[in-house]
Structures are given as structure tokens and as C-alpha cells.
Design a protein around this ligand. Structure first.
Ligand SMILES: Cc1ncc(COP(=O)(O)O)c(C=O)c1O
Length: 389
């Protein structure tokens, strides 16, 4: 696909890594392309980052026809920039598109435009530990009519934001409130997609949790209000009695790429892992009798985020003694590994994957908690997950 490029005439100053936070700063350019059934995808362009001009009747503003993705580019130790499993995000975007009657993007085209855009913006990939370039592809219905129908004209975009820590707590364990009133998604609905509406509907519970001093909510299923689904906008895992358990994908849970990667790493390391129904009663019992050893969320934004406290029906439970399971000096996430860069070379390109995955035992097994082990294991194997074309 021919991608036209209009460079900004006033490039912004790159931010200091200590000021990054999450999703507040945007790079110099953005990618856009359009779709109509008769024309397919057309008008691919990279232009200076700017506000959109959108018709007041545009479908997305009225009927919420919008889907998005989130993935990261990391600065490697050798200064080059590498994407984390981008093809999985394109596949998930297409599953979301199918559910919302939006057009799919052929995988090769998706990779082509994504890498073209990252190549353009790669100097914005920060190099400090824990930082990365967050990429936000999004697609929305852009018909200029109030009629309710499947979308005809669709716009696809990618914007990018250099990011640091997702939670203000950084890598420290966060407090989570088990939500037993609102539900995030139901089977047959859109829970397995990344559509904006899922997040809008989650906000009320999130705000309630925040008011009570919790970082996020633990979602229960929409039918029985009994089975654990996700934590905030992350998948959730528990280590109970020596076994790692995570809710099975049921249609109302987003199939996280970090979740998939964690499960692959854990299984390759020989850990017992189950994807199954986990009831809130089972969790409460495990918290009461001390068999809940660790709990954590997984997601692109926060990567692996330990849970320090769970609150259910106003009763508070401490997980892992509320202790931080990783200290700043030893915390090893993919971003940490890939961002130990000494230099910020502008010539850095996307690095083609050549390294083969060879699982090795974590060296620090005896000294650190289980969650530590996942981080260490991830360092050893993360290259497997950084597919670039
Ligand atoms: C609702 C929800 N669940 C889980 C995840 C984790 O998915 P991933 O690991 O692909 O980022 C996300 C974040 O994308 C999410 O929004």
C-alpha cells in the first residue's frame, strides 16, 4: 500500500522519562487510512499529530462503533526498537471488527502500516527502565448520517505515546475491590473485543472503587455474579496452593496477549497452570486459609501488576502479606529488559527476530517470590515474543 507521508514542520521536544506517566504525551505524527466496501482500504497517510475534523452525525459519536488496540514498542539494549507480538494485536483487532461489523484489515497490511508508522516515530521510544512507546490503533464508523445500520465508511488510525508506569503506585502491589453490582461484559456481548463501549460501561464501578481507595475492580461474571473474570482492564491470575489459576476465556473475557504470553512462559517452565472457572467463594476461602499465595493482573499497559489487597463485601484481605513482590532493582519486565538502552540512536530500526526461544530456569528461584520468577523468566524468553517483520 502506498503510504503518503507529510512530516511535521515543528517537531516537539522529547519528554524527560521521569515525566511520562501513561498516555499523556503524544508523538509528532499519526497514521490514518479509510475504508469503503467498494474501494477497500485507501488513502493511507502519515500526517502531523493533530485534532480530527469529524462530522457531527458521524456514526461513532452516536452509536459507539469503535474498536481499538494497545501494544508497545520497546527500546532494546542495543538501541534498536522492537514490537511485542504485534500480529496478535492485529488478529484481535480483526476479531473485534467482525463483532462490531467494522471492516477487517488483512494481516500483512496491518503489519505494513504499523511498522511504517513505528519506523517514523521510533525516536520517541524512550530508553529508561520501565518505559516504552505505547501504540494505540483505533477504528471507527465515520458515516455522516444518523441512520442506525452497519458502518459504510470507516476510519483507521494509529497514534503513539511514550509511557512510563500505568499505575501511580508504579510496581508496588495495588488494592482491588471485588465488584458485585456492575458487570463488565456478558457472554454473547462484546467482552472478548476491545470496543470502547466496554470501557465506558466499566467506569462507574472503577470510580466507586477509586473513591474507596482502590486502584481497580475485580469483575465477576454477568450471569451468576460468582465467577471471577478480569481485574480492571487486565486479565487476572492467582497462585493458589502452588498452582497458577486464571479464568478460562469464556466470551466475556478479553483474550489478553500478556495473559497468553505469561501462560506460555509458565507452562514452558513446568509450572502447573489451569484455565478454569474460579468462584469468588473459592478465592475468599483461599484468602481465609492462606493458600492464596499471590495474585496479579496482566496487560500491555501495566505488564504484570501485583495485587496487594482484595476487598470483598467490605471485608479486606491481604495478599502475600501486602508486601511488594519485586523491588525496583530486581524488577524485570519486558520493558525493563528492552529498555536498558545506553543510547537513543536515531538510526535504530525494527529488529528482525532471529533469536530462538530456549527456556531456562530462573536463576533467582530460591531468593524471590513466584511473581519474581515470572519476571525473571520473562527476561529469558521475551525475545520469542517480539515478532517484527
Ligand atoms: C479488558 C481488558 N482485559 C485484558 C487486557 C489485557 O490484554 P493485553 O495483555 O493484550 O494488553 C486489556 C488490555 O488490553 C483489557 O483492556
Amino acid at each position: 500500500m502506498n503510504i503518503s507521508i507529510t512530516k511535521t514542520t515543528c517537531p516537539k521536544e522529547k519528554p524527560d522519562a521521569s515525566t511520562l506517566g501513561f498516555g499523556k504525551i503524544f508523538t509528532d505524527h499519526m497514521f490514518l487510512m479509510e475504508y469503503e466496501p467498494e474501494r477497500g482500504w485507501y488513502d493511507a497517510r502519515i500526517i502531523p499529530f493533530q485534532n480530527l475534523s469529524i462530522h457531527p452525525a458521524a456514526t461513532v459519536l452516536h452509536y459507539g462503533s469503535e474498536i481499538f488496540e494497545g501494544l508497545k514498542a520497546y527500546r532494546r539494549e542495543d538501541g534498536k526498537v522492537q514490537l511485542f507480538r504485534p500480529i496478535e494485536n492485529i488478529r484481535r483487532l480483526n476479531r473485534s471488527a467482525e463483532r462490531l461489523c467494522l471492516p477487517e484489515i488483512p494481516e500483512e497490511l496491518g503489519m505494513e502500516v504499523l511498522t511504517a508508522f513505528v519506523n517514523m516515530e521510533q525516536d520517541w521510544t524512550p530508553s529508561a527502565p520501565g518505559t516504552s512507546l505505547y501504540l494505540r490503533p483505533l477504528m471507527f464508523g465515520n458515516d455522516e448520517t444518523l441512520g442506525v445500520h452497519a458502518v459504510h465508511h470507516t476510519t483507521f488510525m494509529i497514534i503513539a505515546s511514550p509511557v512510563g508506569s500505568y499505575y501511580k503506585e508504579g510496581i508496588n502491589p495495588v488494592g482491588i475491590m471485588i465488584e458485585d453490582e456492575d458487570v463488565r461484559a456478558v457472554k454473547g456481548g462484546t467482552g472478548y473485543t476491545k470496543c470502547g463501549g466496554n470501557y465506558a460501561a466499566s467506569n462507574r464501578a472503577g470510580a466507586r472503587a477509586e473513591k474507596k481507595g482502590y486502584a481497580q475492580v475485580l469483575w465477576l461474571d454477568g450471569v451468576h455474579r460468582k465467577y471471577i473474570e478480569e481485574v480492571g482492564a487486565m486479565n487476572v491470575m492467582f497462585k493458589i496452593g502452588g498452582e497458577v489459576v486464571t479464568p478460562m476465556l469464556s466470551g466475556s473475557i478479553l483474550p489478553g496477549i500478556t495473559r497468553m504470553s505469561c501462560l506460555e512462559v509458565l507452562r514452558s517452565e513446568g509450572y502447573k497452570v489451569s484455565e478454569r472457572l474460579i468462584s469468588v467463594d473459592e478465592l475468599a476461602e483461599a484468602m481465609e486459609n492462606g493458600t492464596l499465595e499471590e495474585a496479579w493482573g496482566t496487560g500491555t499497559a501495566a505488564v504484570v501488576s501485583p495485587i496487594g489487597e482484595l476487598c470483598y463485601k467490605d471485608k479486606k484481605y491481604t495478599v502475600n502479606g501486602g508486601r511488594s513482590v519485586r523491588s525496583p532493582s530486581t524488577c524485570m519486565t519486558p520493558s525493563r529488559v528492552s529498555s536498558g538502552a545506553r543510547s537513543r540512536t536515531s538510526s535504530a530500526g525494527l529488529f528482525p527476530l532471529t533469536d530462538q526461544f530456549s527456556p531456562r530456569k530462573p536463576r533467582h528461584k530460591a531468593r524471590f517470590s513466584f511473581l519474581h520468577q515470572i519476571h525473571f523468566t520473562w527476561i529469558k524468553s521475551y525475545r520469542k515474543y517480539c515478532e517484527t517483520p
